[in-house]
Design a protein around this ligand. Structure first.
Ligand SMILES: *Cc1c(COP(=O)(O)O)cnc(C)c1O
Length: 367
């Protein structure tokens, strides 16, 4: 197939490696995995993912609907704040509804009393390398802190959700955090059916002590007699996709700068937000150094500076790794740049170009 750059390429075989770990954790520990759609909602691979996962967790009405329509199985609907209109519609799509505050729980309880209701709790502990993504940061609006008020609404609840990690690959840290949560809230858990531990646990990473992780989750579930849920986003899809781009021009200003047919701001926004360099597998120790930059007008639209074994020129292909999580969901039409199409390499090896974008998509994105 003659694919035109730029395109996101999702490898089902790479995805499968992560999915098998999720299923293993489920089989050994009993903890169910719900895909966090805010991280990844590229539904062309949901048929594969749903064989290994238990459902989806959404953070908006549209995500709940997408989970229901395209993934099926269980649908958890959390929102930082629901509107009246959301509540009216959400029952059609979700089986569990998770409120972020006691005021929202009280406001909408009578409308959703037939649903399985949960509440987000802020345990005031967290693991995150970035203040921007730290749910326990000062003034955090994410989840209920006051334990006494939790106790009062306990009869309305079937579950609690704790999302307090971000890319946590440190099992010992997670283990002691879980002990703290058990210690602080354990007597409340006995009146609940389920506890969700949220996302941000990097257990598909090479070398993660999976068996210890499973034992810990199972111990927690057995002790408090709850169904444990995990809400993996990044963990589920990490290392499964790349953004394939082509060099359009090479310019020089103190160093050689290769301009590719994609952009950080439009197509890999988190690189800018978190100020992290892109990963480029073909780079390494070579003797030719280039700054790889995007083609938007933003001066700082830079993927990073890398060394290559051979010189780059117009037409050279540059593949940017790890472009699935928090990437495709955030792509935008900044600068009116060509939107990367979406290509899937299926398990049987066939390449399928599932979506191309054209001028009309740009046009109708606004009016
Ligand atoms: C973002 C989010 C997740 C997924 O987090 P990852 O770090 O991608 O695993 C899970 N649960 C909630 C409530 C979230 O907000």
């Amino acid at each position: 197939m003659n694919l035109i750059t730029p395109y996101y390429l999702i490898h089902e075989s790479k995805l499968l490696k992560n999915l098998k770990i999720l299923k293993h954790v489920r089989d050994i520990s009993g903890a169910k995995s719900m895909l966090a759609l805010k991280c990844f909602s590229t539904w062309c691979v949901f048929n594969l993912m749903k064989k290994y996962m238990d459902g989806t967790t959404g953070s908006s009405l549209y995500e709940a609907r997408l989970g229901h329509e395209k993934f099926g199985k269980e649908v958890h609907a959390y929102n930082v704040a629901f509107s009246k209109e959301d509540i009216r519609e959400i029952k059609r799509y979700a089986d569990k509804i998770i409120f972020n505050s006691i005021s929202q729980l009280k406001m909408f309880y009578k409308d959703v009393r037939t649903m399985n209701i949960g509440l987000r709790v802020n345990p005031q502990i967290s693991y995150s390398h970035y203040d921007l993504a730290d749910p326990a940061r000062r003034y955090s609006r994410l989840g209920v802190i006051n334990r006494k008020s939790l106790l009062k609404v306990l009869p309305l609840l079937k579950g609690m959700m704790f999302h307090f990690n971000c890319e946590n690959d440190d099992f010992e840290n997670f283990s002691s955090a879980l002990d703290t949560i058990g210690h602080t809230y354990g007597n409340l858990f006995k009146q609940l059916e389920w506890v969700s531990l949220g996302g941000g646990l990097y257990f598909t990473k090479d070398g993660y002590p999976l068996e210890k992780f499973c034992r810990k989750l199972k111990g927690f579930a057995d002790k408090f007699r709850v169904q444990v849920y995990l809400e993996p986003g990044e963990t589920a899809i990490t290392r499964s996709a790349e953004l394939v781009t082509k060099v359009l021009d090479v310019v020089h200003n103190e160093l050689d700068i290769a301009i590719v047919d994609a952009s950080t701001e439009a197509h890999m926004l988190d690189l800018l937000i978190y100020r992290t360099p892109a990963k480029i597998e073909s780079s390494g120790q070579g003797k030719y150094e280039y700054m790889i930059a995007g083609r938007s007008c933003l001066a700082g639209d830079i993927f990073g500076t890398y060394r290559f074994k051979s010189p780059l020129k117009a037409g050279s292909v540059i593949k940017i790794s790890d472009s699935a999580g928090y990437t495709m969901v955030k792509k935008n039409w900044f600068n009116g740049l060509q939107m990367p199409s979406i290509v899937v390499k299926r398990l049987n090896g066939t390449l399928e170009s599932v979506r191309q974008f054209n001028y009309k998509d740009f046009l109708y994105n606004l009016s």
